[in-house]
Ligand binder design. Sequence first.
Ligand code: PEP
Ligand code: MG
Length: 928
Amino acid sequence: MPKSATMKKVKKSVKSVKMSKMVYFFGGGKAEGNESMKNLLGGKGANLAEMAGHPALKLPVPPGFTLTTEVCTYYWANKRTYPKNLKETVAMNLARIEQLSNGKKFGDPKNPLLVSVRSGARKSMPGMMETILNCGLTETTIPGLVELTKNPRFVYDAYRRLIMMYSDVVMEKAAGIKPEDDMGIRKQLERIMNDMKQKKGAKSDTDLSGDDLKALAAQFKLKVKEVLGKEFPDDPMEQLWGSIGAVFASWMGERAVSYRRIEKIPAEWGTAVNVQAMVFGNMGENSSTGVGFTRNPGTGENVFYGEFLENAQGEDVVAGIRTPHPINESSRSEQSRDLKSLEQLMPAAYKELSAIRRKLEKHYHDMLDIEFTIEKGTLYMLQCRVGKRNGPAAVRMALDMHREKLATREEVVMRVTPSQLDELLHPIIDPKAEAVTKPIGKGLPAGPGGARGAIVFTSEDAVNRRKEGKEVILVREETNPEDVEGMRAAEAILTARGGMTSHAALVARGWGKCCVVGCAGIEIDLKTKTMHIGGITLKEGDWISLNGSRGLVYNGKMNMLDASESNDMLDQFLKLCNSVRKLQVWTNAETEEDSSKARKFGAEGIGLFRIEHMFYGKGSDEPLFKLRKMIMSKTLEERKSALNELFPHMKNDIKKTLKVMQGTHVTIRLMDPPLHEFVPHQKEKLQELAVSLGISFEELETRATLLRESNPMMGHRGVRLGVTYPEITEMQARAIFEAASELQKEGLKVFPDIMIPVVSLKNEVVHQAEIIHKVYAEVSKKNGVKLKYMVGTMIEIPRACLMAGQLAETMQFFSFGTNDLTQMTFGYSRDDSGYFLKDYVEKGILAEDPFQTIDQEGVGELIKMTVERGRKTNKELKIGICGEQGGEPASVEFCHKAGLNYVSCSPFRVPIAILSAAQSQIRHPRKK
Ligand code: PEP
Ligand code: MG
């Protein structure tokens, strides 16, 4: 039930809502709404109108009408009541359905019309809200329908379904009743049905006869009365309004609220309600119901893909009650290997459906997700919407549609989200390990990439363990919307039941999360928290690994790899993005390895080479020792001699990276971190240093103590080191210029740029630039080589932003170090803010963590001011960003709009930055 804060928001927003047209009709080749009206009609309603009424489509859609999302907002803002005249308007539209229904009338004992009542928000919220089918079946209309159809089995099947759905959705959930686990009315009715099936020896629900179902419906009604204390309503209008109210109520249901929070869907949006004439997929053998995708949503392949069930109603397909049949050969899975396809069973209807598939793609220029029903051989379309897809499929479809001239270059770029692209860069199980390991289970590949984690069996456990920082895989019989929080928390999801369109598959695909569904070999025992799979028993906490792209389950913790190596599709897609964007994308990298990876992804330069990083990581023992010697030096002589020893290491490392990046700019930043960070903690190391420096251990300890600072982030670091010890700047500049000269002599084009960190004063950069230029003159003369190089500064301190005009007098480029700039602007310590920033975000005090995405209001304002002041002094000033935010989509867009020349980010974020830069150009075109 509603949270009061949410309610207040809805109430506040409704004040401005003017109730205009409340109901939109569609059917008979016409529609009052269309696809562009999603905000008002919800996605389902808008697309039903489009399919029914657009002259290029006019598809067979059963007639119906949509109550707008504004009615929902009104309902919640007015103590769950409806606007004036709604009842009359609904009655009038119901009459319009009747006019298109061959004499059928709602509640007519002889020729009754039945309707479905479904939710439909602006943005799809799979399984979050409610549906009621077969509304209008009562003791009075049942005999008429039996007479009409001569099919009592069908009528009682429809009736028992209505009782199940209605009692669950309207009489229990919408009434705010919260039963104990497993004691919900639906579960209780399902148990009665299972008992009946067992008694009758029926394998499937379709094996129950008309008499069985009639008896079942009677039992259901008794149970409903017993559990909920109320009769199941026998009045068609009461059923209709009960259903409409329950759909509106479900908008504030717990699971919908939780889903909206994750997906950031505002409560004010509301849901629409669609009331539509029923068509029946459960009228016997020549009837069926199914769901499909106009292309394969898992791979993106241009093949029609779908599942259906004979003699069934829509809910059965997604509920995983029976194994769905494939609609055609390309939709066959391991599970449906021996089942007949729609193409085989009902070739005419399949042909018609295939034609509709093509028509829809041509009309929407995108991959669609459809729902259809075949009633006694006649095909009806019940839904279409742009289909959810995983990252690899999104890229493939976009590229294919470009080739098929269904999408322009810009549409292709806009069609893949940064997070979908990220999926292409997702970890996978090491193929070598996979080749020699036998899977313990096989299901359907519902979500991309690989994952590993400890088994948990409940959503709650998933959430709790995640909070402890553990990686978990949520294993469920099948998931339902109540599991959403746990699914979110888990690394991956594994289910025993369900198909490619099951809840788990839809949700995981939407999130791009690794997921395997329908792994039929699993038996879960919730009491003992164990599962049997592939002949073994695993318990909670045991590790498994999943290959979500192939649907495989492995025992234990497999090795993982990143999947980004040689991906043709990724290359093609990025090429297209490159042809659109104006903002350049550089990388933050030091090593040969990282630089070449970034370059393969398309990085156009290095925006940050942190020179001190060569003293961390593998192979750095020797240079690190020499650096320490330099730091512990007291006299100029001592320092100079240590620097001389350090020089060849530095020159060689720089040379390797310059070589990889030949032809592009490499921005090498002078040493930045506080020196004491490099003082060893172990006694032996200190001793070794003392010996090498020829001083006593006590003397060395004294020197180390002197280096300690109480606030090193604001201490003797960055440019300040170069001011105190110009010889350190000198040696670095020499190493850079010597490395570049050697390469240039070998015929390579290199562009080394030198960047000064932690600057706040004009005199600092003047002082450092003088040293750098002097060293260059010496190196150039000595080698007879002329280099193209630039000297620039980081902008990391608010004072530097203020002084941008002055700094630009001597600097050729600026690079925003938004890690430090955020730290200094907010006064939040970079190292400690993790503790409290999450509270700020949770409580809504900050919308987002400013260390992840640029704080556009504050830090962003400083950036804009700096750009303006800097370029005013120096029109040619090159400006970039190299803080962590440089690879984050919203920050990239901000940088594009602020007129920066480039963003620089870690190698793995280069593709995301490229895509974001291209999308920014499409949204906010700039000339260069
Ligand atoms: C920054 O401050 O944003 C930056 C890139 O430098 P570092 O992270 O090395 O301090
Ligand atoms: Mg910094």
